[in-house]
Design a protein around this ligand. Structure first.
Ligand SMILES: Cc1ncc(COP(=O)(O)O)c(C=O)c1O
Length: 423
């Protein structure tokens, strides 16, 4: 498995994209954080407010989802030395520095990075409705929200979302628990087990034979026709973004507890699988708030669905799609099967993101199997896209590299077996 990385000009990268060749783009507009932050539409205060809201909801989450224990939706981070050694062997290249895995596959309730943004947005909507109807005040103990009185109240309202799968799972599970009616519009890429799981929770699943953008469009349209319906807009939502950003700012405490220093002499590199962009974009923003120029984030996209890469490299954001470049947007990484990026996130990332690389589906399965064999960790294919990052960028002894594992704990056993047989 040989990977070579030379910095290429835009045209060569576009040629790679069109011919489905893995490629690496280093953002020529990557800037100092202090020069960027004043122009951004969100602030540190917005992220801190989101974190405070999640703290207010802790007693509710603890009661409604005892598996969270303390009502905090957070994931562990760990060293993966065996996997590091295996990757060095498989690629014939030393991975310098420390390699860590952020385990969003273990996030409680929804088992993916989507548990951060999706759950946050539904909680915020529920809080707003309850406060506006004089049923709740922000000083109350929010565990009351698990009572039948609130379920009855929320049953007058609908929540809708378009999804490739995991956002639907997170929105569906939390909304159903609160008592909302929920309708999830699923693209053709969504895996059957994700639809089955949602239906088992009482969620209405609408299936489309088209891709993610169409599912979002239809969901948005249908929701607009119902005054009691709220649409979680994966392409444009600031609330989703803030929910993810909380994950970014929380990471510092975890690294501090591990004794991992991040400063100018000890940079941090973070590799994030990217679909429409909200998840990785929000995490990047949160990390930039706490580590500024000492953290460097890179997105990873499938060679068949490099939507954010095309949006940023052309500067056209949601005015360009992978289909415009002759690509089919077909990938086994269902969470990343997005043909058109979020322009809201793309614009936020224009000067914050260090770069993007693409990865072939076959590599995702190789990483999936290797991680299972070496660390006994099972991830879903989308969640492995980060693993190529350290191969490309881990060239310094003093750096720390984090692969963001974005999902996998809910994958049923029969699907796991099938994935493990792919290589
Ligand atoms: C497992 C997984 N990883 C990464 C992503 C990418 O998140 P986003 O679409 O917000 O970029 C998704 C999206 O559904 C996902 O399910």
């Amino acid at each position: 498995m040989n990977v070579t990385f030379t910095q290429k000009d835009k045209n060569s990268i576009l040629e790679d994209i069109k011919s489905l060749k893995e490629t690496v783009w280093i953002n020529e507009n990557y800037s100092k954080f202090k020069d960027v932050k004043k122009d951004l539409p969100l602030s540190y205060e917005d992220v801190l407010e989101a974190e405070k809201r999640l703290t207010r909801f802790q007693p509710f989450i603890k009661r409604a989802f005892p598996e969270t224990k303390d009502g905090v939706i957070e994931s562990p981070i760990m060293k993966i030395d065996n996997m590091k050694e295996r990757m060095e062997k498989d690629f014939g290249k030393e991975i310098k520095g420390t390699l860590l895995l952020k385990r969003d596959d273990l996030l409680p309730i929804a088992g993916s990075i989507k548990a951060r943004g999706g759950i946050y947005e539904v909680l915020k909507h529920a809080e707003t409705l309850a406060i506006n109807n004089n049923l709740l005040s922000i000083d109350d103990d929010y565990s009351v929200l698990a009572e039948d009185k609130f379920k009855e109240f929320f049953s007058n309202y609908t929540i809708q979302v378009g999804s490739t799968g995991n956002l639907g799972l997170s929105i569906g599970i939390i909304s159903a628990k609160l008592g909302f009616k929920v309708k999830v519009h699923m693209s053709q890429d969504a895996k059957k087990w994700k639809k089955d799981l949602l239906r088992s929770k009482g969620v209405e699943v609408v299936e489309y034979t088209s891709d993610y953008s169409k599912a979002v469009e239809e969901g948005r349209k249908e929701s607009e026709n119902d005054p009691n319906s709220y649409f979680v807009d994966d392409e444009n939502s600031k609330n989703l973004f803030l929910g993810y950003a909380v994950g970014g700012i929380r990471l510092k405490k975890q690294l501090d507890n591990m004794g991992i220093v991040v400063d100018k002499a000890h940079p941090l590199f973070v590799y994030l699988p990217c679909g429409v962009g909200g998840g990785p974009g929000g995490i990047t923003y949160g990390l930039k708030l706490v580590y500024e120029d000492n953290v460097h984030c890179l997105f990873a996209e499938p060679t068949h669905s490099p939507a954010m890469l095309l949006g940023l490299i052309t500067g056209l954001h949601d005015k360009v799609s992978v289909e415009d470049f002759g690509l089919d947007n077909k990938t086994d990484a269902d969470g990343l099967a997005v043909g058109r990026p979020s322009s809201f996130v793309g614009k936020m990332m224009e000067r914050l993101l260090m770069g993007i690389y693409t990865i072939d589906d076959s590599r995702l399965y190789k990483f999936l199997k290797a991680l299972y064999e070496e660390e006994d960790i099972f991830l879903e294919p989308s969640a492995l896209a980060g693993f190529l990052g350290p191969i490309l960028f881990a060239n310094e002894d003093n750096a720390t590299h984090i692969c963001w594992a974005t999902g996998g704990s809910l994958v049923p056993e029969y699907v796991r077996k099938e994935y493990l047989k792919r290589v």
